[in-house]
Design a protein around this ligand. Structure first.
Ligand SMILES: NC(=O)c1ccc[n+]([C@@H]2O[C@H](COP(=O)([O-])OP(=O)(O)OC[C@H]3O[C@@H](n4cnc5c(N)ncnc54)[C@H](OP(=O)(O)O)[C@@H]3O)[C@@H](O)[C@H]2O)c1
Length: 336
């Protein structure tokens, strides 16, 4: 590997010792990843925590073939070494990157195309909070969901990492945003992020609230991470020719629903998961983000909302925080 003179053979990482609760996350020594092809090694300074890490820890979301078994889907840091075919970066460049796993560690490898320059003026902890949600939202809201200026987006889970990103990006690109969240405090946070209407789903029926806010028309696009009985309710809240993009099924992957609504309104219901997609696909999303979203980060028109930062060795506390469900925005690990 080019530039590897100061890289140790072994590193500290946080691994899943066995499927289970947060305490299953244990610090251990691992070999620093070996590079091949166009991969680069990142000396990790901060790593984002995402709900899929929690699912992986519980044994419900195994890493794709060839990916590290360590949790961690996004990092920020400096390029420490280059694979034999890597051309885009130089050793010392500051980057953030989407990883297929392995972010909870001092070193992490990614394909060079899945890294992006550190957004101008961003700290490492801020930058580590960007890739996973921005790649996911860009693809599902704008590419798959086709959101256009002037349309109305309904995003469930408004204070999740995904939700906070979706609200800001949709507003920045000229959409009206309605969101759901589970408390008054969370709804207030959504409004501060720019949402036009925040629905406390524990107090209000979101279908009625969406219809009321849109003069009975419904939402043109719905980003859903809930599933279960939200499937049919989303069909009710959607506008004619509306689109629904499923990115998770936290309330259940199996639903019984009235598909007549889908036909009568000519709805499109699709979905995707990011992690198993190819390096080339992710590289294409990275290029779109760099062109269209990085300028918004540089001016802070859009920025990740940070909830709490924990040291890497206390990753278990970060997972506890996420599972308590009180967080608003992103939880990040400091990998000093
Ligand atoms: N498909 C993909 O490519 C992809 C990529 C990344 C993440 N995801 C998924 O996207 C979701 C968000 O990820 P994240 O890391 O941003 O997680 P997060 O910050 O932990 O957020 C989870 C959110 O889900 C909401 N929620 C959970 N159960 C709910 C229910 N029964 N009814 C209504 N809302 C419910 C919570 O809302 P309240 O707190 O307001 O109740 C919370 O805002 C996760 O399910 C994750 O697995 C999918």
């Amino acid at each position: 590997m080019a530039g590897d003179t100061k890289i140790p053979a072994r590193m500290t990482a946080v691994a899943i010792s066995q499927p289970g609760g947060p305490m299953a996350l244990k610090s251990e020594k691992r070999a620093v990843p070996e590079l091949s092809g166009s991969e680069v090694l990142i000396r990790v300074r901060a790593a984002g925590v995402n709900r899929p890490d929690v699912l992986q820890r519980k044994g419900a979301y195994p890493p794709p073939a060839g990916a590290s078994d360590l949790p961690g889907l996004e990092v920020a840091g400096e390029v420490a070494a280059l694979g034999p075919d890597a051309k885009r970066w130089r050793v010392g460049d500051l980057v953030c990157a989407l990883t297929p796993g392995g972010g909870y560690a001092q070193y992490c490898k990614v394909d060079e195309s899945n890294a992006l320059p550190l957004p101008a003026g961003f700290t490492m902890t801020e930058a580590a909070a960007v890739p996973e949600t921005f790649f996911t939202v860009w693809h599902n809201v704008f590419e798959r969901g086709g959101l256009k200026a002037g349309e109305t987006l309904l995003v469930h889970g408004g204070t999740s990492g995904i939700g906070t990103t979706a609200i800001q990006l949709a507003k920045a690109f000229g959409a009206t945003v309605i969101t759901t969240a589970g408390s008054e405090e969370k709804c207030a946070a959504c409004l501060r992020l720019g949402a036009d209407r925040a629905i406390d789903y524990r107090k209000e029926d979101f279908v009625e609230a969406v219809k009321g806010f849109t003069d009975g028309n419904g939402a043109n696009l719905i980003l859903d991470m809930v599933g279960g009985d939200y499937v049919g309710r989303n069909y009710s809240a959607a506008a004619v020719e509306g689109r629904i993009v499923q990115i998770a099924t936290q309330a259940g992957a199996v639903a019984s629903t009235d598909f007549a609504k889908l036909m009568v309104k000519r709805l499109m219901h699709t979905g995707s998961t990011l992690r198993p997609r190819t390096v080339e696909f992710k590289g294409r999303v990275a290029a779109a983000l760099e062109a269209q979203v990085w300028p918004l980060l540089a001016t802070r028109r859009v920025a990740p909302l940070l909830d709490m930062i924990f040291p890497l060795r206390e990753a278990w506390r970060a997972h506890e925080r996420m599972e308590e469900g009180e967080h608003i925005g992103k939880i990040v690990l400091d990998v000093a």
